[in-house]
Design a protein around this ligand. Structure first.
Ligand SMILES: NC(=O)c1ccc[n+]([C@@H]2O[C@H](COP(=O)([O-])OP(=O)(O)OC[C@H]3O[C@@H](n4cnc5c(N)ncnc54)[C@H](OP(=O)(O)O)[C@@H]3O)[C@@H](O)[C@H]2O)c1
Length: 329
């Protein structure tokens, strides 16, 4: 079971950024002796779900096996048939899942399987790859993770405006790998005009990673800025407009890369679900802060998050935080 779970989680992790609007789910089929028979993960939209891919890989060996799935098998016919039916028809003896399906039309897979005589266990566990999708379903808009890089004392640029490079190479590599796993990157016109950023996901040698997120600029100045359109940036007048258009286009996991003005607006609008802070062991004492405005004037009003991960990258530290923690309901 433990082996099945880690294999299912790894399968889901591997397809992050390729499945929206569907969740990046992983499935592992385990034999009666605990042997790993096959794994599967969600295909790009319109393709088979994780369970069906794992069943296809297993063939006849699926009969009598245990299916470990990171999300409750779906029970509805969308662009593909219900996974609950596919599992029952393949003769799977037991299904273990870690996250209940919050998407009402698809829920009910566990009940259907039980009605067909399949043993079903809900073993709640937080599956990292599913968190943005779970948040997006809950809010009816893409999940927004605000990413920034700052000195130890919270500055993103020195007083003279210089800011490259606050963090080191290892942190930048993490940023590029993370970009490749998101549906879109959003910046404000301030950053677009000041930095002329490419916002691509690259390897350390500068070459492009195979998967690139959509690139979005928000602000009145963005609309009609012909050079931004020519560079392939989508342009929207407001954060709400950008998120609504991204949702309609199937995006569920968005990375907000600043700067301080747009991040302040997203926070004021309560549109930040998670934070990814890269903190460099450097002090400036004065400079430009990560936000350009006060969110409160008293400590009890501070916007608080829960830390979900801390990771060292060279001399820098990446702290990941969430507004609410879901996934084990
Ligand atoms: N260290 C880091 O992590 C980091 C990350 C990103 C950027 N930066 C730095 O930040 C600097 C730029 O900062 P910034 O604050 O000027 O840039 P910004 O946040 O990227 O852009 C600000 C612009 O966003 C638009 N905007 C903000 N709130 C809005 C709202 N509610 N509705 C519509 N549009 C809205 C406005 O554009 P309009 O004026 O066009 O309406 C505003 O002028 C750059 O020097 C860059 O290097 C640092």
């Amino acid at each position: 079971m433990t082996e099945g779970l880690s294999a299912a989680v790894a399968a889901g992790d591997a397809v992050r950024g390729t499945t929206s609007p569907n969740p990046p789910v992983g499935c592992a089929l385990v034999g009666p002796a605990g042997d790993l028979i096959a794994t599967g993960a969600t295909s790009p939209a319109g393709g088979p779900h994780a369970e069906v891919n794992a069943l296809r890989a297993a063939g006849e060996r699926a009969r009598g096996a245990t299916a470990v799935v990171t999300l409750e098998p779906c029970n509805h016919t969308g662009r593909t048939g219900p996974c609950s039916h596919a599992l029952a028809e393949a003769g799977v003896a037991r299904v273990v899942y870690c996250t209940a399906d919050p998407f009402a039309p698809a829920a009910g897979g566990a009940d259907y399987l039980r009605s067909r005589g399949v043993a079903v266990d809900f073993r709640p566990a937080r599956v990292e790859a599913l968190q943005p999708w779970l948040r997006s379903v809950r809010h009816g808009r893409p999940s927004v993770t605000w990413k920034f890089a700052a000195t130890l004392d919270g500055f993103t640029a020195a007083a003279d405006g210089t800011s490259q490079w606050i963090t080191g190479e290892a942190a930048r590599e993490l940023v590029h790998a993370d970009r490749a796993a998101r549906d879109a990157i959003v910046i404000g016109t301030g950053t677009a005009l000041a930095d002329d950023p490419s916002l691509t996901a690259r390897y350390p040698d500068g070459s492009l990673r195979p998967r690139q997120p959509r690139r979005v600029v928000v602000g009145a100045r963005a609309v009609g800025a012909g050079n931004l359109a020519r560079l392939g940036f989508e342009q929207y007048a407001t954060p709400q407009e950008a998120l609504a258009a991204l949702w309609d286009a199937g995006a569920r996991d968005v990375l907000l890369e600043g700067g301080a003005g747009l991040a302040g607006s997203f926070l004021e609008l309560d549109l930040v679900d998670a934070v990814q802070a890269y903190v460099a062991p450097a002090l400036l004492g004065a400079g430009r802060g990560v936000l350009n405005r006060a969110l409160t004037d008293t400590i009890t009003g501070a916007r608080r998050f829960r830390t979900t991960d801390v990771r060292r990258a060279g001399d820098d530290v990446r702290i990941e935080m969430e507004r609410d923690v879901y996934g084990t309901r």
